[in-house]
Design a protein around this ligand. Structure first.
Ligand code: PAF
Length: 283
C-alpha cells in the first residue's frame, strides 16, 4: 500500500503532534522527488533510526539558478509513491508551493564561507535556496533526525553548519553515495541523459578514483587535475565547473591531502550538470 500523501502544513503539524503525544521519534528524508536507489537508502536508514518516517518531496524553485533546469527537473510523484510503498513510510509530504513560500515570503537563510566555493561559486543563490528550504523542512516536520546523501557533500556540510549555528534540535545523518553498476553516482538528473550519455557519464567516477590513487602516492593535485580535465573532455564532457581537492571539514582548497579530503567535480554532459565526489584519505 502506498503511504498517504499530505500537501498542507496543518496536516503535517497534526501528524507530528500525534506522534509526539505517543512519545515516538520522527525522521525526515528531504528530497525533490524523482526518487532513485540513493533516496531509498536514506529512507531505509531513517526507518532503522526512528519510529516514524516522513519523506519530503518538493522541487524547490529557490535553489534553481537556471530556469531551464527548474522547468525540466523530473516530477514523478506517482512513481515516487510506488517506489516508497515497500518501505512503509508514514507520510509523503508534498507541500503545495504556498505552504512553503506564502505570499510575501521574504526571509532567506544564508550560510557564508562554505558556500563561496564549488557549487556555490558556479550556481549563485543555490545554497541560499537550499538553506532556506532545509530550515523550513526541519521546522515544518519537527523531525528529530534528517538523512542526507554524501553525493551532495557541500550541501551536507552547509546543512550541518546551519543546524549548529541556529541551534536547530535535529540530528543530521549522512549516507554514502549510491552508484549504478557502471559507477555513475545516482542522481535524478541522470534521467535526462541519453543511453550514450549514461555510458560517458560513468567515466567521471574512475577518473576521480585514478586521481585518488595518485594522490595517495604523494603526487600533487594540480598536474593530476590537468590530465583529468583532458580525459573528461575525451569522454564527451563539455564545461567543467570545477575539479577540486578540498578539505572535508571547511572545504578549503588543497594541493595535497594533508587532512581528510575529498575530490569534487561538476561537469556538463548533454546539457545536464552532473556532480560527484569521493573521499581521499589524509597522507
Ligand atoms: O538534495 C536535495 O534533493 C535538495 O537540495 C533538498 C535537500 C531536498 C532541498 O530542496
Amino acid at each position: 500500500m502506498t503511504a498517504p500523501i499530505y500537501r498542507k502544513l496543518a496536516d503535517m503539524r497534526a501528524l507530528n503532534a500525534g506522534w509526539r503525544r505517543a512519545g515516538e521519534t520522527i525522521a525526515v528524508v528531504p528530497t525533490m522527488g524523482a526518487l532513485h536507489a540513493g533516496h531509498l537508502s536514506l529512507v531505509q536508514a531513517a526507518k532503522a533510526a526512528c519510529d516514524r518516517v516522513v519523506v519530503w518531496i518538493f522541487v524547490n524553485p529557490k535553489q534553481f539558478n537556471n530556469p531551464d533546469d527548474l522547468r525540466t527537473y523530473p516530477r514523478t510523484e506517482h512513481d515516487d509513491a510506488v517506489k516508497l510503498a515497500p518501505y512503509g513510510v508514514d507520510a509523503i509530504y508534498v507541500p503545495d508551493v504556498d505552504q512553503v513560500y506564502p505570499d510575501g515570503f521574504s526571509t532567506t537563510v544564508s550560510v557564508s564561507g562554505l558556500t563561496d566555493v564549488l557549487c556555490g561559486a558556479s550556481r549563485p543563490g543555490h545554497f541560499d535556496g537550499v538553506a532556506t528550504v532545509v530550515s523550513k523542512i526541519f521546522l515544518q516536520t519537527g523531525a528529530d533526525q534528517a538523512f542526507f546523501g554524501e553525493k551532495d557533500f557541500q550541501q551536507l556540510q552547509v546543512v550541518r553548519r546551519l543546524v549548529r549555528d541556529l541551534d536547530i534540535p535535529i540530528t543530521v545523518t549522512a549516507c554514502p553515495t549510491v552508484r549504478e553498476v557502471s559507477g555513475l553516482a545516482m542522481s535524478s538528473r541522470n534521467l535526462r541523459l541519453s543511453e550514450q550519455g549514461l555510458v560517458n557519464a560513468a567515466k567521471l567516477y574512475p577518473i576521480l578514483q585514478d586521481i585518488a590513487v595518485e594522490l595517495a602516492q604523494d603526487t600533487r593535485f594540480a598536474p593530476l587535475a590537468e590530465r583529468a580535465r583532458l580525459r573528461l573532455a575525451e569522454a564527451g564532457f563539455g564545461q567543467i565547473d570545477y575539479l577540486d581537492l578540498r578539505a572535508e571539514d571547511d572545504l578549503g582548497a588543497l594541493d595535497h591531502p594533508s587532512r581528510a579530503a575529498r575530490l569534487f567535480a561538476a561537469a556538463h554532459l548533454e546539457g545536464v550538470r552532473l556532480i560527484d565526489n569521493i573521499p581521499v584519505p589524509a597522507v
